[in-house]
Design a protein around this ligand. Sequence first.
Ligand SMILES: [Zn+2]
Ligand SMILES: [Zn+2]
Length: 425
Amino acid sequence: MKIRALLLLLLIALGGWQLRGEKASIHKLVSIQTDEIYDKLVSTRRGFHTNPELAGKEIRTQKVIAQYLKDLGMEVDTGIYGHSVIGILKGNKPGRKIAWRADMDALPNGFPDKVDFKSKVNGVQHGCGHDVHMAIGLGIAEIMAKNKEAINGTMYFIFQPEEETFVGAREMIANGLFSKIHPDEIYGLHITPLPVGQIMVKPNEMFAYQKRIRIKLKNDLSKEEGRELAKLIYTSLSRSKPNSKPWELQHIVDSKIGLISPNTIYKDYLIMDENFNIYSEKDEFFLEAYLYETNQSNLQSIIPKIKRLIGETKYKDKLLSVTFIPENPIVQNDIKLTTEAINTLNQIYGPDLMAPDYGQVPYFNDDFTYFQQKVPGVYFFLGGSNFNKGIIAMNHAPDFNVDEECIRVGVRSFSSLMIERLNRK
Ligand SMILES: [Zn+2]
Ligand SMILES: [Zn+2]
């Protein structure tokens, strides 16, 4: 009995060693395969960059993606909504079902482009990095297709149009996306100004809550009085760490006060538009402004606070109502999946890949949130800047540019993560 027990222990130990060995070898292979397809992905990305298409007009983009996925041997569906593409990859055995999402549309910008492969379309640019997102999505698809004998379950690739207008995700769902595919989990990413080589994520909110406030008064105020009232509200409501300027987005990459620091200035704030939209319509006078609040629990006290503030002024009898104009929900990362993803990526690629995130980014959001309302999911920030080369991947900014090495980092890391999610016992 003793010997048997010892033998059993030895077998278990060997088994564990073998499992770790197998695990390591598949990810080593993923890494090699990513290097092999890297140049092709870069040229595919440049093709998207040169031929950007606005929300609702992703015609060439859709064709390229559908063909790429078909060439990988996938079942491809382009009929769910608009110019969407879904690729379905079945593994070796039935099992879990995971979705990866990439967005497709470009921006109505005409900034001077810093790269040689400039946009051929006047006033349209990939200034948010969705060209890179698509290249990474296709790269993950290719790596997983190459390794399909080694994976269980089903992988869905969702290429979603019309993200910038916040229409695509909602419409894909409304048009039956989740009766066609049934993912247990969904993942996606966005290029950010973090350094290339880094991935950042946190559970729950990645962005600040966004609200648009509308104050309705009797139409007895002058524009000047409106501006005075707006200033009072702006000064009383705004909140940030002393001597900090969280509305200046360039600090998000700062090692001392940026997202990565426990002392981040992006942790606890309410940022408000200083310039309210002030106008009158018929017998009514309106003040409107956007605000960005990190703490969900503070949202409910904003309207009473504004009412109280106005109640203490000479305009107290003029106030008719204070309301939020409905705004979109924000990205909410599933706590358990986020924690597991961080652990998995740390285990495979070491501690330098994953950067902690202590803050919430103002102004931005992603309609990926609508998928997360239906399926638990995680949304990552992928570093795209290379400060030594003067490349700063600040989305929507006039000098937005991406270090294409982030394609390698994204494809390698997330192919590994998807394989681990599918093959999980
Ligand atoms: Zn954008
Ligand atoms: Zn974007």
